[in-house]
Design a protein around this ligand. Structure first.
Ligand code: ZN
Length: 228
């Protein structure tokens, strides 16, 4: 086996805040439900009971919106997985491990988004952080309302965003990955802002905004427009 010249050329980073604009519902596990608890709880950190946004939820949403955006949907509706070396989806978001070298390691790491310091301080001072919203489905014949409780993180709450992106020189001096940072990673965040995070988005939940985005050197980052 020959040595490869591939190497990590740069680690890019995006840090900032995610601000909840309309109630955010990312479902937690119902097994953890207490008696008399909500039957549709949000996910919380078991260590301290605080809500958080799992990195997998944010990354999965970025990926799925980017698959739509780039026309990379598979006809079986499953997660896109072509494994071709230059595929922006497989390269940035990753594909299952296999014998083929393909696009190489997943470039993007999305950390769990924990409550921001500001939100945690307010929470510890007793501010509400989540609400139980009752949604009604109306029986079409009897007109009987069937209320269903849904727990949501309240608008205004902020979480810390932390993304790491590996620029790998695959013989192109890292140009492809550098290009995809703008066209895929930042674009995907812009797509999330125009869509929603978590559940019940078509009923108004999960609108978020990314704020104070900075790169690894503390320089301001802005999200690209969706028209370009
Ligand atoms: Zn692909």
């Amino acid at each position: 086996m020959n040595e490869t010249t591939w190497h990590i050329k740069q680690l890019k980073r995006i840090r900032g805040k995610i601000r909840v604009l309309t109630g955010l519902h990312i479902g937690g596990s119902p097994e953890r439900m207490e008696i008399g608890g909500v039957d549709n709880p949000i996910i919380r950190d078991p260590a301290n009971g605080e809500p958080y946004i799992p990195g997998s939820s944010l990354k999965g949403k970025m990926r799925s919106l980017m698959e739509w955006h780039l026309g990379k949907l598979q006809d079986d509706g499953k997660v896109h997985d072509c494994r071709s070396p230059d595929c922006p989806i497989c390269r940035v978001f990753g594909c299952p491990a296999s014998d083929k070298v393909g696009p190489g390691p997943t470039r993007l790491i999305v950390r769990d988004c924990m409550l921001s310091e500001e939100a945690r301080e307010n929470y510890l001072k007793g501010a509400e952080i989540a609400e139980i919203k009752h949604e009604n489905s109306i029986n079409r014949i009897t007109a009987m309302a069937n209320p269903r409780p849904l727990e949501r993180v309240l608008p205004g709450v902020t979480f810390d965003l932390d993304l790491v992106y590996r620029v790998i020189d695959t013989g192109d001096d890292g140009r492809t990955d550098t290009d995809y940072f703008q066209k895929v990673v930042l674009k995907a965040l812009a797509l999330v802002e125009s869509d929603f995070l978590g559940g019940c988005g078509s009923r108004g939940c999960g609108k978020v905004r990314f704020e104070d985005l900075k790169d690894e050197k503390g320089r301001k980052l802005s999200l690209p427009s969706l028209e370009s």
